[in-house]
Structure formats: C-alpha cells, structure tokens
Design a protein around this ligand. Sequence first.
Ligand SMILES: Nc1ncnc2c1ncn2[C@@H]1O[C@H](COP(=O)(O)OP(=O)(O)OP(=O)(O)O)[C@@H](O)[C@H]1O
Ligand SMILES: [Mg+2]
Length: 223
Amino acid sequence: MTRLADHAARLRALTELDSTLLVEAAAGTGKTALMAGRLTMLLARGAEPRSIAAITFTELAASALGARVHRYVDELLAGRVPEPLQPALPNGLTDAQRQALSAAADKLDELTATTIHAFCQTIICSYAVEADIDPGARILDATHAEAAFDAVFEQWFRRRLNGPARADDPIAALSQYDPHHVVGTLQALARFRLEHRDAHTPPADLSGRPDIDLVDAVADFRR
Ligand SMILES: Nc1ncnc2c1ncn2[C@@H]1O[C@H](COP(=O)(O)OP(=O)(O)OP(=O)(O)O)[C@@H](O)[C@H]1O
Ligand SMILES: [Mg+2]
C-alpha cells in the first residue's frame, strides 16, 4: 500500500469530524471517496444516518456518494478496509466502531445524499401548508417539464374552444381571424408568459383624446 503525498490532509478529513473543512483537489483525486469516507467515519462514531445531510451539486454525484457510503459500510462490516479509509483505520474497526456501523447499516436508507434543490424541495414539502404548495409537488427535469407544459396547454386550448364562445372572446376571435396560426400564436404567447411571469400588455396611451377628435370630425362632416 502506498502512502499518498497528501496522507496527512486525508487523515484530517477522515478524523476531524467536528470541524468544518474545505477540500479542494483535482479531478479524479478522490474527493468523493474522501467525503464518503468521512460520512462512514461519522456513522462509525455513532451518528444516526437520519441526522446526516450529504449535499451535492448534481444528481449523479449524489447517487455516487450514497452508493459509495453503502459500499464502504458493507466492506468494513465484512472485515475489509477500503483503500480511501486506510489512513483513518490502519488496523481495522474497533469493537465500538463495528457495533455503531452495524446499527447504522440497518437504517442506511435514512441517510440523506441528495442535491441542493432536492434537499430544499424535501424541506419545503414537509411544510406544504405553511409554504402554500401542493404536498405532492415534485421537481420535473427539463424534458418532462416541457412535455407537461405542452399537455397542459393543449388541454386548456381544447377546453377554451369547446362550448359556446362569448362574442368578445379574444381566443374565438383570433381563431376566426387566423385559423391556421392560432395555435402557434397562443403557444408562443404562453411560452412568453412562462419566461416572463409578470409580462402584461402595455398601458393604453391616454394622453390624447382620439375619441373626442373622432366625434368632432364626425360633427364637422355632418355640418
Ligand atoms: N485514498 C485512495 N487510495 C486509493 N484509491 C483511491 C483513493 N481515493 C480514491 N481512490 C480511487 O480513485 C478513483 C477516483 O476517486 P473519486 O471518484 O473519489 O475521485 P473524485 O475526486 O471524486 O473524482 P471527480 O473529480 O471525477 O469527482 C476511484 O476509483 C477511487 O476508488
Ligand atoms: Mg467526485
């Protein structure tokens, strides 16, 4: 087994469990392994899995981190010390650590390894009433969101065109005026409103009085 040049720093990250540390390292040098190792060491110290929140930036990183903690716990309980944990456990687990880890292994699913947005979503959903949101609300990825938007738009449009339309209904008027492009026009408008939630029509210019001008012109003409 080779002793890495940054052995002391790795040991610190695996054992100084009550400090806040910033680890910066190049790609592929073992950051995820170190973080998974730190989480495993927390569990071996008796931390409850549900009291740990491991937050990552991407979903891929979150699932890789969670999987790695599971693997390290399994390996350690099987009597092997994964290489990234060697600095902290050169002689394997103590009895107390083994006991704590095997208790944690039964409820490892309670450990949170997730992205920032999924973590916030979980918190917000548990306060759905206070946050005034649907408790079943969930985050859609871009493709699903796009499909959902199109489906909702189509349902809404069908509903609007079904049944008797009021004479002044702008959508019925637009359908009559430009039947070939009405769907595209409304879709473009809906997307515009999606991207600019507070967009509204520009206020009417009431500085002049074209109505009075018109009435005067008609009166003139009549005279
Ligand atoms: N201390 C270590 N000793 C030996 N191998 C290690 C050690 N730490 C990590 N590795 C191995 O190196 C590889 C890369 O590790 P890891 O994925 O943790 O790196 P990373 O810094 O998170 O990479 P990335 O920048 O891609 O996220 C893995 O195969 C891992 O098992
Ligand atoms: Mg990584």
